[in-house]
Write a protein that binds this ligand. Structure first.
Ligand SMILES: Nc1ncnc2c1ncn2[C@@H]1O[C@H](COP(=O)(O)OP(=O)(O)OP(=O)(O)O)[C@@H](O)[C@H]1O
Length: 273
């Protein structure tokens, strides 16, 4: 479990997180949602100790993150963030094997188990065929899957991801999130795509201007009354088999009512809000 209580943070003089409280429950997927600049990445960085809150606490399984060593944190939390590894001159296999480092002594050799675990992780994200390739030469989507594989190889009980579906085509968006959800680890994931959040998150937190605007299940939070003022768009909710999806259009503008298929607008069921 990851618990955040009363966290405030500022870059320089500008407050970015204001009295934020969230709980990521054991084995559940918590989505961090919110418009650009609302503080999602900043909050995620406080969870793995990359940023120290000005006030408030972040704890993992009841231990204050600020008191854990780097190695202990790496055993407990795996992180997939955008800027990791961009131009590293390593092969994909070597990068994924780095995920095993927290489990070895400082100068210990890679073991057969490490190799098996790394290969299995690459297999699970559909990237085993990339094992011998230089990481720097991969496409954005291939890199993203490899970074997820490294996090899987790390075998930590908590997984933090910052927009893991960025660069992924629709198949891999769903495959990666389905995989993450099936791990049974505690997951905190920053997502821009509210429809993916609707499908793969157990709970979501909606940030606005560094504050928690709403928190609860996707069914409770992803409703037009809450989303429209935060994102400043019009929202319709469409109940579909086994769940719901959202449709959006700008508040103002001269375009068709519901792009791309304007005729569908009249057929859309009314949202709940
Ligand atoms: N290193 C930094 N120095 C100063 N301000 C920063 C820094 N990083 C982020 N900010 C500011 O903090 C605020 C929150 O940024 P953050 O990246 O956490 O938002 P976000 O919700 O993840 O945004 P996005 O959806 O655009 O990725 C923004 O106003 C941003 O400009």
């Amino acid at each position: 479990m990851i618990e955040v209580r009363g966290v405030c943070f500022r870059y320089g003089s500008a407050p970015v997180l204001r009295d934020v409280g969230i709980t990521a429950r054991d084995g559940k997927v918590l989505g961090l949602l919110g418009p650009n600049g609302s503080g999602k990445t900043t909050l995620l960085r406080t969870l793995y100790g990359s940023l120290r809150p000005e006030s408030g606490t972040v704890s993992i399984d009841d231990d204050d993150v600020a008191r854990l060593s780097t190695r202990e944190l790496a055993r407990r939390i795996a992180v997939v963030v955008q800027e990791h590894g961009g131009d590293l001159p390593v092969t994909v296999a070597d990068l994924v094997l780095l995920g095993r480092t927290p489990h070895r002594g400082s100068f210990a050799q890679t073991t057969a188990d490490d190799l098996d675990i790394a290969a299995d992780a690459l297999e699970r994200v559909g990237a085993i065929h990339l094992a011998g390739r230089p990481f720097a030469g991969l496409s954005g989507g291939e890199r993203q899957r490899v970074l997820v594989a490294r996090a899987l190889a790390q075998a930590a009980g908590h997984l933090l991801l910052d927009e893991p579906t960025n660069h992924l085509d629709v198949r891999y968006q769903h495959e990666v999130l389905d995989l993450v959800r099936g791990l049974g680890t505690t997951v905190v994931v920053v997502l821009h795509d509210l429809n993916l959040a609707a499908v793969y998150c157990d709970e979501v937190v909606l940030l606005e201007d560094g504050q928690v605007r709403a928190a609860g299940t996707p069914d409770e939070v992803l409703v037009p009354d809450i989303l429209e003022p935060v994102y400043e768009v019009r929202v319709r909710r469409v109940e579909i088999e086994g769940g719901f999806q959202l449709a959006f259009r700008p508040r103002t503008g001269t375009g068709p009512a519901w792009a791309p298929h304007a005729g569908a607008a009249a057929d859309l069921p009314r949202g709940r809000g």
